[in-house]
Design a protein. Structure first.
Length: 367
């Protein structure tokens, strides 16, 4: 397979709209890299520049050690899977998968062998004589993936390939694509706006916003150590809760706002003394609240009103309100709580996040 390297790559539309802003990124050989971010963040434009479908405005793109800026898409040895499948309606599954090989003048025997081998991998053996209109959405997406596989390219590119599928099929295809990556040991770049897809599929994840890369990390490290408030809020479902306040010193370092105050753990507070008096944002994930305290002091408690309860089967989501803020927690279904109850919660202080209110940068991710 291949390594893909972007060096200070930018894309400017209409001489003023900067869709991608000096992006530098290396996708390692055989790596599954996910580009994730909100709509309009530049992730699909970045992918299309790697494919050669979008001309770059500045910078360099390498596949292995070959500079491909001026190489047309058909000569980059890449294969792309699109959101809308892009299948030829008048062709059978076999013909759709074989089309690219025919254009490259492969022998009939080689084409037949590759298509049948790929059909076995993707469970399409019994569908090769059907046309796209006779297939379900999931089957069409597998055909689109198969059309990419038969070419045996250096790099696979996926542009939000599951967004047209229903929830159950998305989960199924997610698993199939992950298995496919393991089997092919291929270099894959996958674009999605769905952070659940990103977390479950990627070896590493690139989080983008406004054409800029904010963080590149493994899923576990991205979740545990977001570098700023945007990444922290984007990664995780339900999203992280944020509370505005300030750091104060009262024999120890506290986070304080109108509704509550918590004591910052010692291993963090010694590095935050210089930040006292600063306006900051406390981040707490929904699973890091508990209705039972393991602490003797009351510094880490919050009192809140239960406004909505969402039973999810294996867990419940509680939507709560303090004097000035709404937030959400995750609980086990057996917790005996009703709407309009006033409850006391305790925070797992080991997992808190603190962000500078002005810059949104994490104050603790690099400590």
């Amino acid at each position: 397979m291949a390594e893909v390297r972007l060096e200070n790559v930018s894309k400017i539309f209409n001489e003023r709209i900067k869709a991608v802003d000096e992006v530098s990124l290396t996708i390692h050989d055989k790596e599954f890299m996910v580009l994730v971010g909100p709509s309009g963040c530049g992730k699909s434009t970045t992918l299309r520049m790697v494919a050669g479908l979008e001309e770059i405005s500045a910078g360099k793109i390498f596949i292995d050690d070959d500079l491909v800026n001026d190489i047309p898409p058909k000569d980059r040895d890449i294969a792309m899977v699109f959101q809308n499948y892009a299948l030829y309606p008048h062709m059978t599954v076999f013909e759709n998968m074989a089309f690219g090989l025919k254009l490259r003048k492969f022998r009939k025997e080689e084409i037949k062998s590759r298509v049948e081998e790929t059909g076995d991998i993707l469970g399409l053996q019994d569908l090769l004589d059907r046309r796209p209109k006779e297939l379900s959405g999931g089957q069409r997406q597998r055909v689109a993936v198969g059309r990419a596989i038969v070419r045996k390219p250096k790099v696979f590119l996926f542009d939000e390939p599951l967004s047209n599928l229903d929830a159950k099929l998305r989960v199924q295809m997610r698993v199939e694509i992950s298995k496919l990556h393991q089997k092919l040991e291929a270099t894959m770049i996958y674009v999605t706006h769905d952070q659940v897809e990103a977390m479950t599929m990627g070896d590493r994840i690139t989080v983008m916003k406004d054409g800029i890369i904010h963080q590149v990390e493994s899923p576990a490290n991205l979740y545990a150590k977001p570098v700023n408030k945007f990444v922290a809020g984007f990664i995780g479902s339900p999203a992280m809760n944020f509370f505005s306040g300030e750091l104060v010193e009262n024999g120890t370092i506290l986070f304080k706002n109108k509704s509550f105050e918590i004591q910052i753990p010692g291993h963090l507070s010694k590095n935050l003394i210089k930040e006292k008096g600063k306006k900051i944002v406390l981040g707490v994930r929904p699973e890091d609240f508990s209705m039972q305290s393991s602490e003797k002091e009351e510094y880490n408690s919050i009192e809140a009103l239960v406004e909505v309860i969402e039973p999810m089967g294996s867990e419940n989501y509680l939507y709560l309100r303090t004097d000035d803020q709404n937030f959400i927690i995750r609980t086990v279904p057996s917790i005996n709580v009703k709407i309009n109850d006033q409850i006391k919660l305790y925070i797992n202080l080991e997992n808190i996040h603190l962000f500078d209110e002005k810059s949104s940068a994490s104050l603790i991710s690099l400590l």
